[in-house]
Design a protein around this ligand. Structure first.
Ligand SMILES: [Zn+2]
Length: 477
């Protein structure tokens, strides 16, 4: 799941480079929080540390060479295979079988079906020792398309990328007697709500003990986030509206009540107030059920919506408004509506210590389509459940000439632009984990930055509460 990068870039150009937080409204509402994050970054002197860490290093060269070898011998072809055998969220059995078999063959113990999700798994390095627990999140679900499942978001590559990094770093730990271990988290259904797999897995304690987490995701550019609060694709409420009516012959429709008309009215109601909502608001819906035949008044119809805004405070207002639009649609059509809030995704945390290291390595390893300035803050996974609690980074080297969720990005997954991006993602993940395992000063800096930003979240939310006053609407006279 990705938002359109171009919009973010345009916003960055408008607002200047040091864009803490996503919107001008947020920055104006919480100047103190933004200021504290900027001071923190200054104090950490991330630039000097990154220069030191990314200097020539024989151990890292060996790890990166091993990553490349794994990708070229087995894992790029595994990525191609998964691309060609797409499975939508929570049905990814073939992909999971491939990935877990490979992990088992490389000294990882696999537990499948964790957190009650049949295609979720955890793989723990068998020869790990007490020390930093290096986490790798992998995903493998395809998009739901009208022509069937397709890998238009290139999640097909994420597993092989993560495996290459996890295996190369685990071998290094054992070979050099470096304390630490590696855990791979297989997280299904990134494109699905509900359930938010990572939230469910978080609640079940699956991620407990991870000290840092890396994950890759495809993009048409090479970029990294600024530090702060955010998520890739805005805070989201997933809401399903189900209308019930009464059936009748269409020619004697006065004997019925039309649930499909209620759904259509819901879309109309939303469109009629879009101009009164803040411009960053995104409300997208599909009609999931609309009746069975033209000669029977549909007595049941439903629509599935993702309601999005950069922060959860204003999003609460918008979701309440859409709910009212649904109630109004039911009232107007003589139908009844059931409102099901089935999922939500919230801000994670991004840290510059890992983001700048990530960016330096992606460039060093030959990434193309480089965006020089950091993007908006965003956690390394979209639900915010894990990325607001454990520090980490999403590695995004350019792997397509097309934007996310397109047939173009699907096609690029099995060609040079995809393959070279995936190798760079894997090399970068491994290099970051290597630095984290072997440099206590990096671990300290990441921990300091993450916990400091985390401690500012409540104040940030309080500030935002004041930013979105509703207009007074008097009673008509
Ligand atoms: Zn995605």
């Amino acid at each position: 799941m990705r938002k359109i990068v171009i919009a973010t870039l345009a916003m960055l150009l408008l607002t200047g480079a040091c864009a803490a937080q996503e919107t001008e409204t947020e920055r104006q509402a919480a100047p103190d929080v933004v200021n504290q994050i900027q001071q923190l970054e200054h104090a950490l002197d991330v630039t000097s540390m990154v220069v030191k860490l990314t200097a020539p290093d024989k151990n890292r060269d060996e790890i990166v060479a091993r990553v490349k070898q794994l990708m070229q011998t087995d894992l790029l072809s595994m990525s191609d295979w998964i691309t060609q055998h797409p499975e939508i969220g929570f049905t990814e059995t073939q992909a999971v079988a491939k990935l877990t078999a490979y992990l088992q063959a490389h000294n990882f113990d696999v537990t499948s079906g964790v957190a009650g999700l049949s295609t979720a798994f955890v793989a723990k390095y068998r020869r790990g020792t007490p020390g930093p627990n290096l986490g790798v999140i992998v995903e493998y679900d395809a998009l739901r398309g009208t022509k069937g499942a397709f890998h238009g978001d290139q999640h097909s590559a994420q597993g092989p990328v993560g495996l290459a990094a996890a295996i190369a770093i685990s071998e290094f730990l054992t070979r050099t007697h470096t304390p630490g271990t590696v855990t791979v988290y297989g997280t299904p259904g990134e494109e699905m709500m509900p359930p938010d797999a990572k939230t469910v897995m978080w609640s079940a304690g699956v991620f407990k003990g991870a000290d840092v987490i890396v994950r890759s995701h495809s993009l048409m550019v090479t970029t990294r986030p600024a530090p702060g609060f955010g998520t890739c694709c805005m805070n989201i409420d997933g809401v399903k509206y189900t209308f019930s009516g009464a059936p009748a012959h269409e020619l004697t429709a006065w004997n019925g009540r039309n649930a499909l008309e209620a759904v259509i009215k819901l879309f109309d109601n939303i469109d009629s107030v879009r101009a009164n909502m803040r411009p960053e608001t995104r409300i997208e819906g599909t009609i999931t059920e609309g009746g069975a035949a033209p000669n029977v008044v549909p007595d049941k119809a439903s629509a599935d919506f993702f309601i999005r805004y950069p922060d959860s405070v204003y999003l609460d207002q918008i979701t309440a408004w859409v709910n009212d639009a649904a109630r109004a649609a039911a009232l107007a059509t003589g139908t009844k509506v059931k409102i099901d809030h089935y999922g939500s995704q919230r801000n994670g945390i991004s840290v510059a210590t890992l983001a700048e290291l990530d960016f330096a390595y992606m460039k060093q390893f030959g990434a193309t389509g480089i965006i020089p300035e950091p993007g908006k803050p965003e956690g390394y996974e979209e639900t915010g459940s894990v990325s607001s609690q454990i520090p980490g980074i999403e590695v995004t080297a350019k792997s397509s000439n097309f934007s996310n969720h397109t047939y173009g990005m699907l096609a690029d997954a099995t060609t040079d632009v995809g393959h070279s991006g995936f190798v760079i993602d894997a090399e970068t993940e491994a290099a970051i984990l290597y630095d984290f395992a072997t440099h206590p000063e990096l671990r300290d800096a990441v921990k300091t930055e993450f916990s400091r930003i985390q401690s500012l979240f409540a104040e940030y939310q309080r500030d935002l509460q004041k930013a979105y006053p509703k207009p007074e609407v008097p009673e008509p006279k």
